[in-house]
Design a protein around this ligand. Structure first.
Ligand code: NQM
Length: 354
């Protein structure tokens, strides 16, 4: 099933329909999505990381979950499939897909599906309308970056066990640039845009064309990946790098996020959750330019195509490091297509036209 989840699009599969062996599964997914090829002309992929995503879903054996959701990023122009990150946008389609495929029964006017995110072992609960025992995708919820309106999918994340500041510091200095490494579901590096010589209000395309910036970001990413305990991240899709600037449209902060090479046209859900939590930490990069209301748990993250509202609270206990408490977000999702995909044959060369 092809679905839009939040501001991303992906192919959703039942785990039973794919090979269990990861190498065979990944080879099949590359052929289904049309990778490696910058246009993904021979497959389902949309030629951008945000539209080259896969969700693999199965009934869960975890007593705290109804379904297991494994997220796989299918790299557009390299023969790689990565399970090293979650995706909170594709997560928005997981509950509806589980009902569509009969893994979960619709539970009245709305249904809540408890999801174990296999990539991290963390949990989320998604609630969405199911009048008449079927998923209703129509509604009046609007999210920036998606035209029109659709039914809301409310996603709640319980408090995380992992460190909010994986390097143990509020600020690290890499190549003379101050950064804050934060992880509230997505390893993210916060950087003041001005410290890299840009304003933070440029378009994603202009930022992507700035090759000197790309070099700086690459170097910061390799260093912060190691500091965050992620090892060598040269081929990984994490950590994400978020450039910060003061808000311009009534929100808390302006963002431009590299995921990690292309610049996001909006922002990832867990990426935004990490930014929101980071900005609540006194002394963190960006905390001084952010307009955060300490009395509210809502943080409005401005991004290139609008804003994303995250509900997030952080405890800064006297005896320990800051920790994220509840995080919640509203997304929408939509079933686009359900049918049979015909993968490219296995024995054909996969060189693409690079
Ligand atoms: O951070 C893109 C997206 C994402 C990830 C990325 C996401 C999240 O927008 O939870 O949703 O950062 O690679 O789909």
């Amino acid at each position: 099933m092809l679905m839009r989840g939040g501001t991303s699009k992906g192919a959703y599969f039942l785990a039973d329909d794919l090979p269990a062996e990861p190498a065979l599964r990944d080879d099949l997914l590359l052929r289904i999505m049309g990778s490696p090829d910058e246009r993904q002309i021979d497959g389902l992929g949309g030629a951008h990381p945000l539209t080259s995503k896969v969700a693999v879903i199965s009934a869960s054996e975890d007593p705290n979950a109804d379904v297991d959701y494994l997220f796989l990023q299918v790299v557009v122009d390299r023969p790689e499939v990565s399970d090293r990150q979650n995706c909170g946008n594709i997560l928005a389609g997981v509950g509806p897909f589980a009902v569509e495929r009969g893994l979960v029964d619709a539970g009245g006017r709305e249904t809540s599906v408890r999801i174990r995110m296999v990539n991290s072992g963390e949990h989320a609960t998604a609630t969405f309308p199911t009048p008449d025992g079927r998923v209703d995708y129509t509604g009046d919820a609007e999210i920036s970056g998606v035209p029109g309106a659709a039914a809301p999918v409310v996603i709640e994340f319980p408090p995380r066990a992992g460190e909010l500041l994986p390097t143990g510091k509020r600020v690290d200095v890499i190549d003379g640039v101050e950064v804050t490494c934060v992880d509230n579901g997505m390893p993210t590096v916060l950087i003041a845009a001005t410290s890299l010589g840009v304003t933070g209000y440029e378009s994603p395309r202009d930022l992507e064309e700035d090759l000197a910036l790309a070099d700086q970001l690459h170097s910061i990413r390799l260093a912060t990946g190691r500091l965050m305990g992620l090892g060598d991240v040269s081929d990984a899709t994490v950590p994400k790098l978020t450039l910060l600037a003061p808000p311009r449209n009534g929100g808390a902060i302006t963002t431009r996020t590299f995921i990690p090479v292309r610049c996001h046209t909006s922002i990832g859900v867990l990426g935004a959750a990490s930014v929101a939590a980071g900005l609540r930490i006194e002394g963190a990069v960006g905390a001084d330019i952010a307009a955060i209301d300490p009395a509210s748990d809502r943080v409005r993250i401005e991004h290139p195509t609008g804003f994303l509202d995250i509900k997030s609270s952080v405890t800064a206990g006297p005896d320990g490091p800051p920790a994220a408490r509840r995080t919640a977000v509203v997304r929408t999702a939509r079933k686009i297509f359900d049918g049979t995909v015909f993968p490219r044959a296995a024995d054909r060369p996969t060189g693409g036209h690079r």
